[in-house]
Write a protein that binds this ligand. Structure first.
Ligand SMILES: [Zn+2]
Length: 142
């Protein structure tokens, strides 16, 4: 089965076959590895783009630069994004800059991590968690 994912480096939409998951995979545009996944900084436009074009579940963290637990979780979130390449795509929303998204998704406490599957939010947590805890939680929901 073919799946569309969005390149974490250049945001090109790339079709991936299930059988590709164990071979090196490169973006057809920027030629970087799709397995070297990283978090993508999202605004409304980028989040909509992922919701519309990625066939993978999206894990979206709302955070702010003044929030200690958010900063503490940042490397863990990044590590989870890398570990779960081709399973889920990880995005970060700066809640200070993106008020429209914060109010649309009723973000009251940060860090807030939401999972979207087929454009719908299916779960969220609002606390600092380790990379392992994040991955375990995502796997429970996807
Ligand atoms: Zn690319």
């Amino acid at each position: 089965m073919n799946k569309n994912i969005i390149c974490h480096h250049c945001l090109e939409k790339v079709g991936v076959k299930k059988s590709d998951s164990e071979t090196p995979l490169y973006c057809k545009r920027c030629k970087k590895s799709l397995l070297e996944a990283k978090t993508v900084t999202a605004n409304t436009r980028i989040l909509e783009y992922f919701l519309t074009h990625s066939d993978l579940p999206l894990v979206v963290e709302f955070w702010a630069p003044w929030c200690g637990p958010c900063l503490a979780m940042a490397p863990h979130f990044e590590k989870a994004a890398f570990a779960m390449a081709l399973e889920a795509q990880f995005l970060k929303v700066n809640n200070e800059n993106e008020h429209a998204l914060g109010s649309r998704f009723l973000i009251k406490n940060i860090p807030a991590v939401l999972i979207f599957k087929k454009k719908k939010e299916i779960a969220r947590f609002t606390s600092m968690r380790s990379s392992k805890q994040i991955q375990k939680w995502v796997k429970q929901h996807i």
